[in-house]
Design a binder for this molecule. Structure first.
Ligand SMILES: Nc1ncnc2c1ncn2[C@@H]1O[C@H](COP(=O)(O)OP(=O)(O)O)[C@@H](O)[C@H]1O
Ligand SMILES: [Mg+2]
Length: 149
C-alpha cells in the first residue's frame, strides 16, 4: 500500500492508528526503511507516545536498543542497526533473547541486520519527496497495513 504524509502531523496520526492495531499484535516486528532524515525515528517516537510511553524517547544510535515498558504491561524495543556490522553482536548484546521474548520490536536500518532479523510483520519504506512530504510504502500483515490508511 502507498501512503503520503504531508507533514509530521500526518505521520503522527498514522502512528496513532498503528498503535491501536498493535493492541492485537503486541509482539510485532516492524521494519522502518528509508534514507537518513526520512522520518523513521520521528515516526517511532509518535508510535511509542501513542502506546503510552511518557518519558524521554531517545534515538537508539550506535546500534543500540532502547527498551520501554508500556502501560499495557508489555514492552517495546526500539533498534537502530545503522552501526551494526558484526553478527556476533547479535548474541553478545542479547538481541537474540529480545527477539525470542514477547514485546514489540521496531527496527531502523533493518537491512544492516538482514541475516539475523526475523521476518517482519510490517515493513514501512519512507522517502522524502521534493515538497518535503513523505511517500510511504507499506507491506506486511493485512491488519497492520490496513490500519495505516
Ligand atoms: N513526516 C515528516 N514530515 C516532514 N518532516 C519530517 C517528518 N518526519 C521527520 N521530519 C523531519 O526530518 C527530520 C529527521 O527525521 P528523523 O526521524 O530523525 O529521520 P531518520 O530517523 O529517518 O533519520 C526531523 O527532525 C524532522 O524535522
Ligand atoms: Mg533515525
Amino acid at each position: 500500500m502507498q501512503l503520503r504524509w504531508a507533514d509530521e502531523a500526518a505521520a503522527a496520526q498514522c502512528a496513532r492508528q498503528l498503535a491501536q492495531a498493535l493492541g492485537e499484535h503486541p509482539d510485532a516486528v516492524i521494519e522502518m526503511h528509508g534514507p537518513l532524515g526520512a522520518g523513521k525515528t520521528t515516526f517511532v517516537r509518535h508510535l511509542l507516545r501513542a502506546l503510552g510511553v511518557a518519558g524521554r524517547i531517545k534515538s537508539p544510535s550506535y546500534a543500540v536498543m532502547e527498551p520501554y515498558a508500556l502501560p499495557s504491561g508489555g514492552t517495546a524495543s526500539h533498534f537502530d542497526f545503522y552501526r551494526f556490522n558484526d553478527p556476533r553482536e547479535w548474541e553478545d548484546a542479547g538481541f537474540r533473547d529480545v527477539f525470542a521474548a514477547p514485546g514489540l520490536k521496531v527496527c531502523e536500518w533493518p537491512e544492516k541486520a538482514a541475516g539475523v532479523l526475523p521476518r517482519a510483520d510490517l515493513q514501512l519504506f519512507l522517502d522524502i519527496a521534493d515538497d518535503d512530504s513523505r511517500s510511504v510504502r507499506a507491506r506486511g500483515k493485512a491488519a497492520l497495513v490496513r490500519a495505516l490508511a
